[in-house]
Ligand binder design. Sequence first.
Ligand SMILES: *[C@@H]1O[C@H](CO)[C@@H](O)[C@H](O)[C@H]1NC(C)=O
Ligand SMILES: *[C@@H]1O[C@H](CO)[C@@H](O)[C@H](O)[C@H]1NC(C)=O
Ligand SMILES: *[C@@H]1O[C@H](CO)[C@@H](O)[C@H](O)[C@H]1NC(C)=O
Ligand SMILES: *[C@@H]1O[C@H](CO)[C@@H](O)[C@H](O)[C@H]1NC(C)=O
Ligand SMILES: *[C@@H]1O[C@H](CO)[C@@H](O)[C@H](O)[C@H]1NC(C)=O
Ligand SMILES: *[C@@H]1O[C@H](CO)[C@@H](O)[C@H](O)[C@H]1NC(C)=O
Ligand SMILES: *[C@@H]1O[C@H](CO)[C@@H](O)[C@H](O)[C@H]1NC(C)=O
Ligand SMILES: *[C@@H]1O[C@H](CO)[C@@H](O)[C@H](O)[C@H]1NC(C)=O
Length: 902
Amino acid sequence: MYFRAFTLCLEFYILYYGVVASENQCKIKDLVADCSHLKLSNIPSDLPVNITVLNLSHNQLKSLPASVLSTYNQLRALDSGYNVITKIDENLCKALPFLHMLGLEHNQLSHLSVHYFPYCSNLTELYLQFNRIKEITGDPFKSLQELMVLDVSHNKLVSGKLGTQLQLEKLQRLALSANKITQLRNNDFDFLKNTTLYQLDLSSNKLTEFEPNCFHTLGSLHVLVLDNVLLHPNATEQLSQALSGTDIIELSLRNTHLKIQANTFAGLNKTNLISLDLSNNKLTTLQGNPFQWLHDLENLYLENNSISHISRKTFAGLENLKCLNLKKGLRGQGSQPDAESLIDDYSFQGLKNLVQLNLEDNSIAGIRAHTFSGLTSLKYLSLYNCLVDLKTVRNETFVSLAESPLVNLNLTKTKISKLQHGAFSWFKKLKKLDIGLNSIAQTLTGEEFRGLNEVEEIYLSYNSKLILISSSFVHVPSMKVLMLSKSNIVSLNSQPSPFDPLQNLTVLDLSNNNLANLDKDVFRELRQLQVLKLQHNNLARLWKGINPGGPVLYLNSMTELQMLDLQSNGLDELPEKAFQGLYKLSVLDLSSNNLNILPGVVFNDLQSLKLLHMQKNLITSVEKDVFNQAFNNLTALYMGFNPFDCTCESISWFVTWLNKTNSSIPDLKSQYICNTPPSYHNRTVVAFDISPCKDVAPFAGAFIISSSFILGIIFTVFLIQFQGWRLEFYWNFSVNRIFGFREIDHQEIQFEYDAYIIHAKNDIDWVNNYLLPLEQHDQTMFQFCLEERDSEVGISELESIVRSISQSRKIIFVMTQELLKDPWCRRFKVHQAMQQAIQQSRDAIILIFLHDIPDYKLHQMLCLRRGMFKSHCILAWPAQHERIPAFHQKLKVALGSSNQVQ
Ligand SMILES: *[C@@H]1O[C@H](CO)[C@@H](O)[C@H](O)[C@H]1NC(C)=O
Ligand SMILES: *[C@@H]1O[C@H](CO)[C@@H](O)[C@H](O)[C@H]1NC(C)=O
Ligand SMILES: *[C@@H]1O[C@H](CO)[C@@H](O)[C@H](O)[C@H]1NC(C)=O
Ligand SMILES: *[C@@H]1O[C@H](CO)[C@@H](O)[C@H](O)[C@H]1NC(C)=O
Ligand SMILES: *[C@@H]1O[C@H](CO)[C@@H](O)[C@H](O)[C@H]1NC(C)=O
Ligand SMILES: *[C@@H]1O[C@H](CO)[C@@H](O)[C@H](O)[C@H]1NC(C)=O
Ligand SMILES: *[C@@H]1O[C@H](CO)[C@@H](O)[C@H](O)[C@H]1NC(C)=O
Ligand SMILES: *[C@@H]1O[C@H](CO)[C@@H](O)[C@H](O)[C@H]1NC(C)=O
C-alpha cells in the first residue's frame, strides 16, 4: 500500500521535472504541432520527429532553415505565415519531400527567385498573400507541377504574368486580387495555356483595360471574380468581349460602380454564363433589355442596388433564370430612403423557369392584379420587410400568383393588419406561410386559411391580438408546426378546442402570451405533439391545489411530447399528476418560477428526461424521493440560483449524487450556493461536507450508544466519588507491575536529529515561533531537522529528504488544511516517512494538529489514521494561550519517551 503510493509520488516527481525541462511551449496533439503566437525566433528542434502538420505562424522567424526542418521530414503542411521571412531556403522542399501545403502569407518577401521552390514538385497549395512582391521574373513556379492553389493576392504585382514558359499544369485556383494590375494583355496568361485553371480572382485591382484575347488562353476558366474593380462602361464592354467564346460560368462584379447600357453584356452571348453577381453597385436604371444576351443565365444577383423601375423589358430574355435576388435592390426616385419603386404589370412575364424570387427589404408601390403574372414555376417568394402596404390581405391581393406553384410565402414584417376570408386561397400547394411580425388583430374564424390544403407550417407569432375559436384551424388539418408566440392570446377555453382538428401537429408555440386560462382538454387531440412552448405565460393558478375544481391537468395524455417549456409562469405548485404519462419527455424547462416543495411522485413518469432546467426557483432541498427518477438519465442539469439549504436532511443526497453522476452540471461551483444554515451561507453546495451526515441515518443506534455511554460515565463518577482511593491504589499497582516487566531489548541507533519536521509552506511561522524555541530550552536540548534550514547542498531534493528522514529519530507532522492541500512534495515526504517508520519498526511519528481535521480526510489525503498512532503521539495545538506550556510539556514527553518503545 505505502509502496504503491511511494512509486506514484516518484512518477509525479519525474513527470513534473520532465515537463519543466522541456523548453518549447508548442501544443502537440496527435501529429499536429501548434507553435503559433510564441514569439519564436528559431524553429523548435525538440518536437516529435513524426509530426505531419506544423504551425509556426505569428512568430518572429526570419527564415526557414532546411537543416532544422529536415528533422521533421514527414511534414505535409507547414504554416509560417505572419513572420518576418525575407527569403526561402533553396533546399526547403528537399528536406520536406512530402510537403503539400506551404503558408508564407504576411511575410516580407519582396521578390521571388528561381531558387526558392526548385524541389517543391509535390506542393499542391502555396500561399504568398500579403508580402511585398513587385515583380516575378525567371519562372520561380516552374517546378510546381502539382500545384493546385496559388495565392499571390495583396502584393505589389503590376502584371498577371507570373511566368514565361508553360507551367503549373495542375493549377485550379489563382488569386491575384489586391495587386496593382491595371491591364490584362493578350499574352499575360500564356504561361497558363496548358492548365486546368477554373477560378481566377482579380478583385481589388485598378483594371482599366482588357485586351480582346486576354482570357482566351485560359481554356477551362469557369469562375472570374472582379469585385471592387472600378469599371468604366467601356471597360465593362471590353470585358464581356474578352470573355466571349470562353468557358466562363460564373462572373462576379460586386461593387464595381457598374453602369449597365444596352450593349454592356453583348459579348457574353457567346458564353454559357450561369451566374452573374451584380450586387452592391448602386445601379439605378436597367435600360432596354440589358440581359437579353444571357440565355443560359440561372442566377442573377442584384442585391443592394437602387433600381427605381422594373419594366416588362428589364428581365426579357432570361428564360432560364431560376433564382432572382433583388433583396434591398429596389429604390424609388424620391429623396426619402423608403421611396417606392415601381414594378410594372407583367414585369416577370418572361421568367417561366424562375423558382425563387427574393424581394426582401424593399419598398414597392403595391401588388396589383398582374404584378407576378407569368411566374409559372415560382416556388419561393419572400417579401420579408417589404413595404408593400398590404394592410388588409384581400382575396384578390395575390391573384397574380394564382398560376404559381408556391411552396413558401414569406410575408413577415409587411404591415398586415387584417386577413380577409380566402386571403390565401390561391395557394393550394403552399407548405409554409410566414405572417409573423405584423399587426394582425382579429378573431381567426378559420376562413382566412381556406384553400391552404397542403400547408404544414404557419408562423403567426408577434401579431397584435389573435382570438382563437373552435373553428380557427378547421381548414388546415395538415398543419405540423404552428407558431403563436406573443400575439396576446390570453385565453384558450373554447370548446371544442381550436386545436382539435390539428391531429398531425408536432410543434405548438404559445409562449409570451400572458395566457392565464386553459381548458383541461385544450391539447387533448394533439396526439402527435412533440414540442409545446408555454413559457412566459401566467399559468400558475391552474396548478394550485386551491383552484376551484382542483388542479387543471392540461398535459395529460400527450404521450409523444418530447420538449415542454414552462419557464416564467409564476408556478409555485406542481400537482402530483402534472406530468403524468409524459414517458417520452426529454427536455423540461421549469426555470424562473417560484417552486419550492414538490410532491414526491411528480417526476415519476419522466423516464426519458435528458435536460432539466430548474434554475431560479425557490428550491431549498433536493431529495431522493422527488428527484431520483428525474435525475436518472440526465445529460445535463440546470438548477443553479436556488436558495439551497445545506443541511444533511436537505441536500446530502444531492451532494452524493453530484459527486458520482456523469451528467453535465454547468456552473456547478458558481451558481449552486447555500443560503441556509448561516454557517454555510454563501458557500458553494459542492463544498458541503456530507461525512457527518452518514451518522444521521442510524440515528437511533447512535442514541442508544451515546445514552449508554453517558450512563456509564455517571456510574463511574459515582464509583470514583465513593471508592476513589481504592481505584487509585489498584491503578498504581498495575502500572508498576507492567513497567517492572518491560525490557529494553535492542540498542538505540545513533540519530543526528531528534525530529524531522514536515509542515506546509505557510506554516513555517508557527514552526519558527513554537517548535524551534525548544531547541534552546535549558535542560532538554532538542535538535530538529527542518528542510529549509538543514538540507544538504549538492544532492537532489529527493535524496536529501530520504537522508534527513533516516537520520531523525522522530518525525513530526504539523497537520493543517494546507498540508492536506500541499502538492506532491509533502505527500511524498509523508509516504517516505511512513515507509521508513514501518521498515525500521519504529513508532516514530508525532502528529500535531493545528486545525481540526476529520479522520476520513486524513485518510483520504495522506492515507493516515489517528488510530495508527499511540495516543500520546497525537497532540492538538490549544486555542487558549495559557495552555501552550502544557502543550510543550506533552510534546517533550512525546519526543523523549518514545525512543525505547518499538
Ligand atoms: C510519433 O512519435 C512519438 C514519439 O516521438 C510516438 O510516441 C508516437 O507513437 C509516434 N506516432 C506515430 C503515429 O507514429
Ligand atoms: C513526392 O512525394 C513522393 C511520395 O508521395 C515521394 O516519393 C517523392 O520523393 C516526392 N518528390 C519529391 C521531389 O520530393
Ligand atoms: C500539356 O499538358 C499535358 C498533360 O496535362 C501534357 O501531356 C502536354 O505535354 C503539355 N504540353 C506542353 C506543351 O507542355
Ligand atoms: C468609350 O468608348 C467610346 C466609343 O466606343 C469612345 O468614344 C470613348 O472615348 C471611350 N471612353 C473612354 C474613357 O475610353
Ligand atoms: C450573339 O448576338 C448576335 C447579335 O448581336 C447574334 O447574331 C448571335 O446569334 C448571338 N449569338 C448567340 C450565340 O446567341
Ligand atoms: C372575394 O371576396 C368577395 C367578397 O368579399 C367575393 O364576392 C368574391 O367572390 C371573392 N373572390 C374569390 C375569388 O373568392
Ligand atoms: C422569412 O424571411 C426571414 C428573413 O429572411 C427569415 O428570417 C424567416 O425565417 C423567413 N420565414 C420562414 C418561415 O422561412
Ligand atoms: C397526417 O399524417 C398522416 C401520416 O403522415 C397522413 O397520412 C395524413 O393524411 C395526415 N393528415 C392530414 C389531415 O393531413
